[in-house]
Ligand binder design. Structure first.
Ligand SMILES: [Zn+2]
Length: 122
């Protein structure tokens, strides 16, 4: 497997890739709204700590989401009137799927991605 950059460097790369806003609520990151690394497929569901499985979220969203699935949490964010970046999240599911196909393993995460992908109605 290709070596993954460390956590801080991954977060920097994620912000460059997805922009400097929380993927869930859409708030811009500032000193008061610091970015954190959030796993699209939660670690407890077998999600790997790969940049392909990570997005930048504010600590509020990251904490409140907990182990909620990305589709359920996306719906909750919309219910709350926030502006989640559904496009970035969907892209991320597809990137993770491609990374798993390329590297192998991660069967549990792969099944989870498939079930989320089927539920995606956006
Ligand atoms: Zn947020």
């Amino acid at each position: 497997m290709r070596r993954q950059p460390d956590r801080v460097n991954r977060l920097t790369a994620i912000l460059t890739r997805d922009g400097s806003r929380c993927v869930w609520c859409g708030r811009s990151f500032t000193g008061l709204v610091p970015p954190t690394t959030d796993h699209v497929v939660p670690r407890v569901k077998g999600g790997p700590s790969w940049i392909e499985n990570e997005v930048a979220a504010c600590s509020r969203c990251n904490g409140q989401r907990g182990h909620t699935s990305p589709v359920d949490w996306l719906e909750e964010c919309e219910r709350r009137g926030w502006s989640p970046n559904a496009e970035a999240l969907l892209r991320q599911l597809d990137r993770l799927r491609a990374a798993i196909d390329e590297r192998g393993g991660q069967r549990r995460a792969a099944r989870y991605v498939e079930s989320q992908r089927r539920r995606w109605i956006h």
